[in-house]
Ligand binder design. Structure first.
Ligand code: KG4
Ligand code: ZN
Length: 336
């Protein structure tokens, strides 16, 4: 059997990424050109700048990926590109590059769902992982609790009603003057703080709900900081970071465990940028050990945005008989 090569292209937010996947799960190249330095100056992603930077980066990245994998354009069997969700202008750059490449090389193209990509990153990092399993997808823009019933069947059981988990990390970090992106900064600072110093709210919503709400917690942290500042009292930032993080983690763990127990599945996977959070991984590891449920998560480079996960997700869609054509659009608000 000849080898099958999938090129992944991801430009949905502020990282330009190209990867090459060999056959099922063998990752050959995973290139990421980060724009963090420029967006940090503005305290968050500036969409106009992001799309312009993607435009500069994408073609050289495609060429470098092929060179690093020791392949030529003719070797590619599939091009998988993020079609959504994400920033319209950023997505357009990746899609245009993929269409041009597909036309010029006569290679099939598939539009992949970025959020499914985050879940699929787990297949690359954990070669033994197979559905069914429960996954918690926690990224900068989304929070989903999902039953992955098969490689192509996802049942969304819960999602956020307001802020995403990562978004709350970013907003709290911004208020604390820690910079962008906030998640890794809070994760680091929290290690020096007391997670029970401040009793921030754990919003669980209705008794049987798997949905999330993080905007109340974010407001509680901002109010706490404002009140302390007004009274001229010292703010112990490490305690704020640790207490906020513990509140987020408590809610995520509690709801996930309820779903794991309900399904009886013996596998649980963390997906998305916030899956890089050390406290989240630690608390899940503790809770799942007693239940005999195996915990999976991607390593840090595969947690945050990358094109390897897009190659993986597109490959699975393609094997399921799906295909896109050159009229493919972008879907900034695409759901799972
Ligand atoms: O999945 P991702 O790379 O991009 C989106 O699709 O949104 O997620 C980015 C999010 C940001 O909100 C970032 O602050 C958060 O992931 N993040 C973390 C950590 N590393 C990244 N949040 C908490 N702890 C971390 N260590
Ligand atoms: Zn993402």
């Amino acid at each position: 059997m000849t080898d099958f090569y999938t090129m992944g292209i991801e430009t949905s937010c502020d990282d330009s990424c190209v990867a090459i996947l060999k056959n099922e799960r063998e990752l050959l190249v995973n290139l990421i050109s980060s724009q963090i330095d420029i967006h940090t100056i503005f305290g968050g992603v500036v969409p106009e700048i992001a799309s312009r930077k993607h435009l500069e980066a994408i073609n050289p990245l495609i060429e470098k990926a092929l060179a690093d994998a020791n392949l030529t354009y003719e070797d590619l069997d599939l091009i998988s590109v993020t079609k959504g969700p994400g920033l319209m202008g950023s997505l357009l750059v990746g899609i245009s590059a993929a269409k041009a490449l597909s036309l010029a090389t006569n290679t099939p193209m598939i539009g992949a769902n970025h959020m499914k990509g985050h879940i699929c990153a787990n297949y690359l990092a954990n070669k033994d992982l197979e559905p069914p399993f429960v996954t918690l997808v926690v990224s900068g823009g989304h929070t989903y609790l999902i039953k992955v019933k098969s490689y192509n069947e996802y049942e969304v059981v819960g999602k956020t009603r307001d802020d995403a988990a990562g978004e709350s990390f970013d907003k709290v970090a911004r208020k604390m003057g820690l910079g962008y992106p906030g998640g890794p900064k809070i994760d680091k600072l929290a290690k020096e703080g007391n997670p029970y110093a401040i009793d921030f709210p754990r919003v669980m919503l209705e008794k049987d709900s798997y949905d999330f709400s993080f905007s109340g917690l974010k407001t509680a942290v901002l109010n706490y900081m404002n009140q302390k500042a007004q009274k001229g009292e010292e703010i112990i930032k490490a305690d704020v970071a640790a207490s906020f993080q513990q509140a987020v983690v408590d809610v995520l763990v509690k709801k996930s465990l309820r779903l794991i127990d309900e399904t009886g599945y013996d596998k649980f996977a963390l997906s998305g940028g916030v899956a890089a959070n050390s406290k989240l991984k630690e608390e899940f590891a503790k809770a799942l050990k007693d239940r005999n449920v195996k915990l999976y998560y991607p390593d840090i480079k595969l947690c945050t945005d990358n094109a390897a996960m897009i190659a993986m997700a597109g490959y699975l869609d393609y094997k399921n008989g799906e295909i896109s054509d050159n009229f493919m659009k972008v879907y900034p608000n695409l759901e799972i």
